[in-house]
Ligand binder design. Structure first.
Ligand code: ADP
Ligand code: MG
Length: 140
């Protein structure tokens, strides 16, 4: 297995409930190391660009409004198989379908407000990390 990097976003529903530490603890317990962090308000334009792949979906406008509705905590995670590992610990997109013990099952409020994002492939991880961080921000 390879050491990988992936992009994690703790979404506005979770920053609002002050559970960024709880969620990050789950990521750390899964062997993922947070090697860069930024907490900020994502603009709607940034959300539209970040989720451009979903632009044609019915939920796109609501999703972009939601992502710009409060602060996010964006992190680069590093570890063995980090991309798949992060998605395993997050659980299924819809918290109602997520396995017990996953972040989305435990903390997600709805299919939209599901507390966490994780890159879905090495290609997208590289694109998403570069969208928010410069190499100088990442301290492994
Ligand atoms: P994932 O975040 O698990 O990779 P997707 O890439 O399919 O899931 O969707 C991106 C985000 O869009 C989801 O995390 C969720 O916040 C939102 N979303 C996905 N599907 C829906 C839906 N049917 N209704 C509302 N929001 C959705
Ligand atoms: Mg996705």
């Amino acid at each position: 297995m390879a050491i990988e990097r992936t992009l994690s976003i703790i979404k506005p529903d979770a920053t609002r409930r002050n559970i960024t530490g709880l969620i990050t603890a789950r990521l750390e317990a899964a062997g993922l190391r947070s090697i860069a962090q930024r907490r900020f308000f994502m603009t709607r334009q940034q959300a539209e660009k970040f989720y451009a792949v979903h632009a044609e979906r019915a939920f796109f406008d609501d999703l972009c409004d939601f992502m710009a509705s409060g602060p996010v905590l964006v992190q680069v995670l590093e570890g063995e198989n980090a991309i798949a590992r992060n998605r395993e610990v997050m659980g299924a997109t819809n918290p109602a379908n997520a396995d017990e013990g996953t972040i989305r099952k435990e903390f997600g409020e709805s299919i939209e407000a599901n507390s966490a994002h994780g890159s879905d492939s090495p290609e997208n991880a590289a694109i998403e990390i570069a969208f928010f961080f410069s190499e100088l921000d990442i301290v492994g």
